[in-house]
Design a protein around this ligand. Structure first.
Ligand code: 13P
Length: 252
């Protein structure tokens, strides 16, 4: 049985003061107990990882894991501005998002780079959250499955059985930050396609890999999305900035 996982991706948001308030509010909300068999993760920007790790410890937030939004495809060395996976592990991270569409689009990250990043994250002992998803044009021209399967295929080719230790996040680009959530059925259909693709590779791997949905997840649509058989949780952007909304989605 795969656990339901909710990951908050703060993107380039937060401050020392607002992070403190966020963790305090979430700690208070989680105090009274959370649904069992679920995992919750927050991914702040790099400079705040240390602060958030300390706050999570101070509040004994056993329910909340820490993640990062990206990692370098390289181990170490002359890569100005990049952050190595091993450094993130040292800061207390257990999860790292790789291949987010914002990085694919704005930083020209290819499937090869994304797979190299995932390998670094795995080698450092953390879980990569590998993002895939089609644009509006690709969906409107009937190519959504082809595009997503192509992205997944590259990860399968490079990561092979290690994919069992990864999470995949299906984030249709047209649903990110737009308020246009994919209907639960559209999301389920694509998750099913991904699951079948993984099954063709290796049935055991397919059963293990959690496939999260991302794109305008909110407290009022999370219940329906999470009820779908192949949706194993959510990668939440905007709504995760509000601690009450994040808590509501975690409880959905
Ligand atoms: P929104 O939830 O703001 O649409 O963002 C989704 C996302 O990109 C999470 O990684």
């Amino acid at each position: 049985m795969r656990p339901l996982i909710v990951i908050g991706n703060w993107k380039m948001n937060g401050s020392l003061a607002s992070n403190q308030d966020w963790i305090k509010t979430v700690a208070r909300g989680m105090e009274s107990g959370m649904p069992s068999g679920r995992k919750f993760v927050v991914c702040p920007p790099f400079p705040y990882l240390s602060q958030c790790a300390t706050l999570i410890k101070e509040h004994s937030l056993a329910f909340l894991g820490l993640g990062a939004q990206d990692a370098s495809a390289h181990i170490s060395g002359a890569f100005t501005g990049e952050v190595a996976a091993a450094m993130l592990k040292e800061m207390g991270c257990s999860y790292v998002i790789v291949g987010h569409s914002e990085r694919r689009q704005m930083h020209q990250e290819t499937d090869e780079v994304v797979a190299a990043k995932a390998l670094q994250v795995l080698d450092a002992g953390m879980t990569p959250v590998i993002c895939v998803g089609e644009t509006a044009d690709e969906r409107n021209s009937g190519r959504a499955e082809e595009v997503v399967c192509g992205q997944v295929a590259k990860q399968v080719f490079v990561l092979q059985d290690r994919l069992a230790d990864c999470l995949i996040a299906y984030e249709p680009v047209w649903a990110i930050g737009t308020g246009k959530v994919a209907s639960a059925q559209i999301a389920q259909d694509m998750h099913r396609v991904i699951r079948l693709q993984l099954t063709e590779f290796n049935g055991d791997v397919a059963e293990h890999v959690g496939i999260l949905y991302g794109g305008s997840v909110k407290p009022d649509n999370a219940v329906e999305l999470f009820a779908m058989p192949d949706i194993d949780g959510g990668l939440v952007g905007g709504a995760s900035l509000n601690p009450q909304d994040f808590l509501a989605i975690c409880q959905a």
